[in-house]
Design a protein around this ligand. Structure first.
Ligand code: NDP
Length: 255
């Protein structure tokens, strides 16, 4: 297996894209540490994955919580070779109705959470001379769209963080990249459909159709497709891919 013996932390690994990533990394031989705020779902997945997989409760927006995660990872696995910063939230509202509290919550999880986890796990990777960081951003990190100003700004910030970190570690065997999905079939998207339906009165089918039509392929992306790309970026043979923000949306965003 391509990643035999590697130790991976997946934030937001208990459902959706993170769950698919944890499954794919485990299938490639990784020992996975699944983290989410809700421990039960993370633990259930870790037990299913086997291979020494563990679950840790962590709120990535809290520095203390991430510090505890780093200690737990060291205690459980002795170190971390792969970090997938996937935990994220995506509330939506027109800009003038966006509360400061929501803005700060989005940045706290999506940006500060990514920063805190990178800061916690990068030193060990640099010391080992090998590491992979994959940040799950979004096409909203490349282009804007109505009603997602905070989310889009946060994902643009994640790309800036990714690109800067990539240049810092370029000579040390560590790569830092981002994946930028379009709409993915996950509980987050189900929640978005419910939100659109409640706020606009259109039917769930119409809301799903709007999301599918955003892609030239007229479909939602499967979480497993993001997991596949993530595994590819973690492959030792991908060592030259660094500081990239790779779009996976069926061809809609081409920058
Ligand atoms: P889901 O809402 O389905 O899952 C989110 C995961 O993150 C859960 O495991 C959740 O567990 C965890 N999580 C949420 N907040 C925190 C937190 N503060 N600390 C730690 N874990 C947290 O989301 P998706 O799988 O759809 O999305 C995953 C990532 O992909 C996000 O960054 C999202 O922005 C991005 N993305 C999603 C797209 C989509 O269409 N779904 C498109 C493009 C990007 P718990 O609640 O227990 O903490």
């Amino acid at each position: 297996m391509r990643l035999d013996g590697r130790r991976a932390v997946v934030t937001g690994g208990s459902r959706g894209i993170g769950e698919a990533v944890a499954r794919a990394l485990a299938a490639e031989g990784c020992r996975a540490l699944v983290c989410a705020r809700g421990l039960d779902a993370a633990r259930e997945l870790a037990e299913e994955l086997g291979g020494g997989a563990e679950a840790v409760a962590c709120d990535v927006s809290s520095a203390e919580s991430v510090e505890r995660l780093a200690v737990a990872a060291r205690d459980a696995m002795g170190g971390v070779d792969i970090l997938v910063n996937n935990a994220g939230i995506a509330p939506s509202a027109p800009l003038e109705k966006q509360t400061l509290e929501d803005w700060e919550r989005v940045f706290g999880v999506n940006v500060t959470g990514t920063f805190l986890c990178m800061r916690a796990f990068l030193p060990a990777m640099r010391e080992a001379g090998w590491g992979r960081i994959v940040n799950v951003a979004s096409i909203a990190g490349k282009v804007g769209a109505p009603y997602i100003a905070a989310y889009s700004a946060s994902k643009h910030a994640v790309l800036g963080l990714t690109r800067s970190a990539a240049t810092e570690v370029a000579t040390e065997g560590v790569t830092v990249n981002a994946v930028c999905p379009g709409y993915v079939d996950t509980p987050m998207t189900t929640a978005s459909v419910e939100n659109i339906t409640a706020k606009t009165g259109i039917s769930p089918d119409q809301a799903y159709a709007f999301m599918r039509d955003a892609s030239p392929q007229k479909r939602l992306i499967d979480p497993e497709e993001i997991a596949y790309l993530t595994v590819c970026l973690c492959d030792p043979r991908a060592r030259g891919v660094n500081g990239q923000a790779i779009v996976l949306d069926g061809g809609g965003v081409q920058t």
